[in-house]
Design a protein around this ligand. Structure first.
Ligand SMILES: [Zn+2]
Length: 415
């Protein structure tokens, strides 16, 4: 191939495949309900496999049901470049979350196959099992096992709301393979995904070059005061745990605002005791959720909370205690892979910006075991995990084109 930079994916073919996949497990409002390890998941997998085999791929399947469609390179001894995402959806999910990343990867192979483009490294299109985590918590379960975050036995023992085990359901739908999970080594891994946020569309950018994911800390706080009558307790004698909640709510907001851009913070779950209209709250238990993309900054945010919140509580005569109940350090994606995506956007003449992924993705786990990066395209109103999730054909094509150029560069096109 003399001028690879002019190569483009087939936008109509990609779009038609997205619509064809969306017919499997339709939702009730135009989206999809193709939850993991359902019959519909099995049907979607079979369709994906048939499409892969039609362009000469061979399908690998591991013991978590992760699918690996391999397109041979000119040097089979080189480690493959991986590309993919997930085909499972939320119960009221959209047609593009995850699916675009898998079928975008397939479109890269179809384009290579059609145009006779060869790479030295093999390319493998992957469908990771149970990214969504709705039927079986946690999210990104099988990429997590692949990256050594969870054991396979633990994953098999996850149960859904009806008490059905993950391991049993995987076997039932016929997609439990023999391959040892995580045994594959990767030269690199790329994931295309819709943004699931409003930034790209609001700024009129075609492409998000994902440099980091968000890390998070969940802190469970207990503020203890004294239950007493709201009518007969004089104001100066109250120990109102509800005020502690109010002050800390503001504090969390201030800390996040001080650490812009990309830091966020909120109080999500709140239990007020005794939760009666004429009793001053004696105890409030709530969770603080803080996230940002830099580890030092994230730890500083938590430190500031832990330093200031007890003082605020002391000033109003209530007690503060807290413990970290969940944490995930922010992934920083591989610089060379990120550069390949940025270069792909430049080559294609797309407007782009660096962006942080607010949501978790399979790429966040794989980043721990292989050089990884992500490319994002906009979605309408930033809406996702909703049947009304929408993207344009042009956005999908732009994302897949950038994905292709990043993959071709990394897998070394044979000129
Ligand atoms: Zn997703």
């Amino acid at each position: 191939m003399s001028n690879i930079s002019n190569t483009r994916i087939d936008a109509d073919r990609l779009w038609d495949s997205l619509m064809e996949m969306a017919k499997i497990g339709p939702g009730i409002a135009g989206g999809n309900n193709r939850q993991t390890l359902t019959d519909e998941d099995g049907e979607g997998r079979a369709l994906f496999q048939s499409w892969c085999e039609a362009v000469g791929c061979t399908m690998g399947l591991d013991q978590m049901g992760n699918m690996f469609a391999r397109y041979e390179g000119t040097d089979p001894d080189l480690l493959p470049v991986y590309v993919g995402s997930h085909l499972d959806t939320q119960p009221t999910g959209g047609k593009y979350d995850g699916v675009l990343g898998v079928l975008g990867g397939l479109e890269v192979i179809r384009t290579m196959h059609e145009q006779g483009i060869k790479t030295k490294h093999p390319i493998v299109v992957t469908n990771w099992t149970n990214e969504e985590g709705t039927r079986y918590a946690p999210a990104m379960l099988s990429s997590g096992v692949f990256a050594g975050k969870h054991t396979q036995d633990w994953a098999y023992d996850r149960v859904d709301a009806e008490g059905k085990r993950f391991g049993d359901e995987l076997k039932r739908i016929g997609w439990r393979g023999d391959e040892e999970v995580g045994a594959r080594k990767m030269h690199a891994m790329f994931e295309l995904h819709i943004e699931q946020g409003p930034i790209l569309e609001a700024e009129g950018k075609d492409i998000g070059v994902v440099t980091h994911g968000q890390g998070l800390r969940w802190i469970e706080v207990t503020v203890t005061g004294k239950e007493s009558h709201t009518g007969s307790t004089p104001m100066h004698m109250r120990k109102n745990a509800g005020r502690g909640l109010a002050l800390i709510t503001e504090l969390v907001h201030e800390i996040a605002m001080k650490n812009q851009p990309n830091a966020v913070g909120a109080i999500g779950h709140i239990d007020v005791y005794p939760n009666s209209r004429n009793i001053i709250p004696g105890k409030v238990v709530f969770t603080v959720d803080m996230r940002t993309h830099l580890l030092d900054k994230l730890n500083d945010m938590v430190d500031e909370l832990m330093e200031k919140a007890p003082k605020l509580c002391e000033e109003i005569g209530v007690e503060f205690s807290a413990e970290i109940v969940g944490q995930f350090d922010p992934p920083a994606f591989d610089e060379d892979c990120v550069a390949a995506i940025r270069e792909g956007a430049e080559t294609m003449g797309y407007s782009h910006r660096d962006i942080i992924s607010g949501a978790g993705h399979d790429a966040c786990w794989i980043n721990d075991v292989a050089p990884t990066a992500m490319v994002m395209c906009p979605c309408v109103d930033g809406l996702s995990h909703n049947e009304a999730e929408e993207i344009s054909k042009d956005w999908a094509a732009a994302g897949a084109n950038v994905l292709m150029h990043a993959v071709l560069k990394t897998a070394q096109v044979v000129e």
